[in-house]
Design a protein around this ligand. Structure first.
Ligand SMILES: NC(=O)CC[C@H](N)C(=O)O
Length: 424
């Protein structure tokens, strides 16, 4: 036994093994004890043995148990450090093409309900967890997590060493993986799948955006709302570009008094400007911002003409539209505990984040102000360009799930629209 990881996994099942090496393989070895059951030893066990595998592109194979859907699925593995809110995470369209690994070890205990969804479907590739709660107990619960994932055809695995995988992703960067419940597929075949698939350069927005414009009216429910004493009575018309928009962005805008028209990602800028909105919101969304030049063009045509607010993917598209560059981070930010400094007022906000790309502030033209900085790694977390009536955040002020510290930014967007209206 050569390291703690080996000890932890070897005593139970043949849960970890290594295939042929790749440049990403780290120099440590894990000794696994193989448990093989011959026919005569095939006694009934009170627990289920491994029936799923996660094969990572670095050649490691993680044996696990399956819940939710079965089959074979390829995706990029990212770890999320939120302690709770798995249902909002599962329905955040920005996770399209990714497997979300929850670092909180105990998942599923509150089940799912149909009010906490962030979109109409689960777009992520699959869910990877340490321990699936054997009981579900919550007054709002309508279904177990396993049944919910199965009904939405999403794969989940549990009883896998999520801590070891997280450490690997932190050290080596995000990795492509394949989840499979199919015995007919060899480890090598799954490894090959992981090495021939990529998420970089792929337009994932077109798969999650709405197909036609619609009006959004729902506010945050009165039992959950907050910050209402700081709102004004005016109504502002906002056109929201749906690059994979989370419902809570729309609910918060509605609660702040906006009348909202949601439009598809390919909606022409000229049509938006014809609507004479008070503001335009560019939403969050999945994948590589460099893979959607059509969206950057739309943003370019709109900025400077109307007040705009970008959130996450929207912030990255604004960065590109201003002439800046985006880059892929080592393992991104996914969780509800990221400290961000608001440079304008000096305050630190604990924020909800979910992104793998970031804007390089050095690449931005003069006049663009970095308004927020992520205190974990110093990356750019917010921008403003007053000359162009523009503001953006790399993270999630709608906080679903996550802390509400950044909610007042919706008020700043309202103020910007108000000032512009008064000027006109
Ligand atoms: N939540 C988002 O909008 C994510 C933005 C982008 N897809 C990224 O991973 O960086």
């Amino acid at each position: 036994m050569e390291c703690a990881l080996g000890m932890a996994t070897a005593t139970h099942f043949p849960s970890f093994s290594r295939l042929n090496s790749s440049p990403k393989v780290r120099l440590f070895s894990v000794t696994c004890q193989s448990v093989s059951l011959s026919a005569s030893e095939n006694v009934e066990r009170p627990w289920k043995v491994a029936d799923a595998r996660l094969v990572l592109e670095d050649g490691s194979v993680w044996r696990a148990k399956s819940f939710g859907a079965s089959g074979t699925q390829v995706g990029e593995v990212v770890f999320n450090t939120s302690l709770t809110g798995y249902q909002e995470i599962l329905t955040d369209p920005s996770y399209a093409g990714q497997f979300v690994l929850m670092t909180n070890p105990h998942i599923g205990n509150t089940g799912v309900n149909f009010d906490d969804e962030e979109s109409k479907q689960c777009f992520l590739g699959g869910l990877v967890i340490r321990s699936l709660s054997i009981s579900t107990s919550n007054w709002r619960c309508k279904q177990t997590l396993g049944d919910y994932l199965a009904s939405r055809n999403i794969m989940g695995i549990y009883d896998v060493d999520t801590r070891a995988i997280t450490r690997r992703l932190r050290q080596d960067g995000s990795l492509i993986g394949v989840l499979s419940t199919e015995d007919s597929k060899t480890d090598d075949e799954l490894l090959e799948m992981s090495r021939t698939w990529d998420i970089v350069g792929v337009d994932l927005i077109s798969g999650v955006s709405c197909k036609a414009p619609y009006e959004w009216v729902d506010k945050t429910g009165s039992e959950w709302d907050f910050n209402f004493n700081k709102r004004n009575e005016d109504t502002f018309h906002v056109v929201a570009y749906d690059f994979g928009i989370k419902y809570n962005i729309l609910r918060r805008l509605a609660s702040y008094g906006c009348k909202i028209t949601v439009v598809p990602s390919t909606w022409p800028a000229s049509e938006t400007l014809k609507m004479k909105p008070d503001g335009v919101l560019f939403s969050n969304g999945p994948g590589d911002p460099s893979a959607v030049p059509y969206a950057v063009e739309t943003v370019k045509e709109i900025i400077g003409k109307v007040v705009v607010f970008g959130i996450c993917m929207g912030h990255q598209l604004l960065g590109q539209a201003l002439g800046g560059k985006t880059f892929k981070m080592k393992f991104g930010h996914h969780g509800g505990n990221h400290p961000v400094r608001n440079i304008r007022n000096g305050r630190v906000e604990i924020s909800a984040q979910n992104h793998n790309y970031a804007v390089d502030p050095e690449s931005l033209p003069k006049g663009v102000e970095v308004t927020h900085v992520n205190l974990n790694d110093g990356s750019c977390a917010g921008l403003a360009f007053p000359q162009q009536k523009l503001m953006s955040l790399q993270y999630h002020p709608e906080a679903s799930p996550g802390p509400h510290d950044s909610d007042p930014v919706f008020g700043e967007f309202i103020q910007l629209m108000k000032q512009e209206k008064q000027r006109a």
